[in-house]
Design a binder for this molecule. Structure first.
Ligand SMILES: [Zn+2]
Length: 423
């Protein structure tokens, strides 16, 4: 018989312990298989889960340290800490004025022509120091955590020149070292074309080559990111360019993601599947062929409903259709200064249920284990299992459905990251 695990943290009193245990991303009939233990309890040591089971077996099966933190959550529901698998949370500057103009009727292209939009953020990021970018990242990470996310993916993509791109990733990594969150980083040099590459085909080609031949190898060599992402769109990069970016990433040993089919069915999903991308994100306009390709490849579809809401596009990614096509679905905030400045994962879960056709339990799976797979973090977080981080979200309710039902401001009792109580 193996020795009893030692624990310095135990949680009891859960009305339901939602474990989200799974060996891979869940889809199809299993898409809402959250796995609930009534009277479930959990024990951890040094921030890692060492035991999950029935509360009555805890004292017999676990060697609880005499000075352990004992948390009785008093009949509340407990979930894994949420995983935000798509953020642009490092940025400088402010675009609230553009938002006001947009509300008054200005179009995206009018704002861009007036020097606003993403290129304005690029200017502000290029001018910002590492310390300024790190501080901005910390503030946003903390607000994400306040709303239950203990793990977050962070992209570059507002530098669009080598040093500024690297600085964004360094800022995300520096912020991560100051907090108990699980953070993964993604190089998005192919977010859009910088102003200086927009004049003619030759300067455009030179920028794509800078991404593939200079920045991706450097990001890999300096271990600044685990993933490379590319925005496939008629206003960003075409399929042939995106293919080059993704192949350069694979050659450098990095995993891949694609911003796909946001404004039209551009073939981004098919490309992501063909090249074995870990996730394809957005997919508001994905075709049936694109979904079939994602299902066959096991690529996770990441819904970003906050952008549909904030841009008032009235087109939401259809999670119901994705699940029925056998595609594993994840959810993320996409937090960014232009199309979704929200740091609330619960709001995204609510939107995915209200407008994306997910059930409550499918939204929970999409925000936990499936999002962890989309982040390449399924060995670290996304479910309550032995060996994973002790990341917990304790609702101020006995019933997990309250997390989706309480629109905009669900009552969260406590957020715990790596065994540390945050909120
Ligand atoms: Zn994005």
């Amino acid at each position: 018989m193996s020795p009893r695990p030692r624990a310095d943290f135990v949680l009891t009193g859960a009305s339901e312990l939602v474990t989200c245990q799974a060996q891979a991303a869940l889809s199809g009939q299993d898409a809402g298989r959250v796995g609930v233990l009534d009277d479930g309890a959990l024990a951890a040591s040094e921030g890692t889960i060492v035991w999950v089971g029935d509360e009555r077996a805890l004292e017999r099966e676990v060697d609880v340290h005499s000075g352990a933190t004992r948390l009785d959550v008093g009949g509340r529901a407990v979930l894994p800490g949420l995983v935000d698998t798509h953020t642009h949370l490092v940025w400088a500057g402010d675009r609230a004025d553009e938002f006001e103009r947009r509300l008054a009727g200005a179009t995206y292209h009018e704002i861009l022509a007036a020097g606003g939009g993403i290129l304005r953020t690029v200017e502000a990021v290029r001018a910002a120091s590492l310390e300024e970018l790190t501080a901005s990242a910390l503030g946003r990470m903390d607000r994400l955590a306040r709303w239950g996310a203990t793990s977050m993916e962070v992209k570059s993509g507002y530098g669009l020149e080598p040093e500024a791109e690297y600085r964004m990733l360094e800022a995300a990594l520096a912020a991560a070292r100051q907090r108990p969150y699980e953070v993964t980083t993604t190089f998005l040099g192919a977010h859009t074309l910088p102003r200086e590459a927009r004049g003619d085909a030759a300067s455009r080609e030179a920028y794509v080559r800078k991404v593939t031949d200079e920045m991706i190898p450097e990001v890999a060599a300096r271990k600044l990111a685990s993933f490379v992402d590319v925005f496939v769109d008629e206003h960003a990069f075409g399929l042939a360019e995106a293919r080059r970016v993704l192949e350069a990433a694979r050659a450098a040993g990095l995993r891949t993601k694609v911003h796909a089919d946001q404004l039209g069915a551009d073939g981004g999903a098919e490309l992501a599947a063909e090249l074995g991308a870990t996730s394809a994100d957005h997919l508001e306009h994905v075709s049936d062929a694109g979904l079939a390709a994602l299902a066959a490849a096991g690529t996770v579809a990441v819904m970003l409903p906050g952008a549909s809401l904030f841009l008032r596009s009235h087109v939401y990614a259809d999670g119901r259709r994705m699940i029925e096509a056998g595609v594993p679905v994840a959810l993320a905030t996409d937090v960014n200064p232009g199309s979704c400045p929200s740091e609330s994962m619960p709001l995204m879960m609510q939107l995915a249920c209200l407008y994306g056709g997910l059930t409550v339990d499918e939204a929970i799976v999409a925000a936990t284990i499936n999002a962890a797979v989309a982040s390449g973090l399924e060995q670290r977080c996304g479910s309550l299992e032995v060996g994973k981080r002790c990341d917990l979200l304790v609702l101020d309710a006995a019933d997990r459905r309250q997390l989706i039902y309480q629109l905009g401001s669900p009552s969260l009792h406590m957020v715990i990251a790596a065994g540390r109580v945050l909120v």
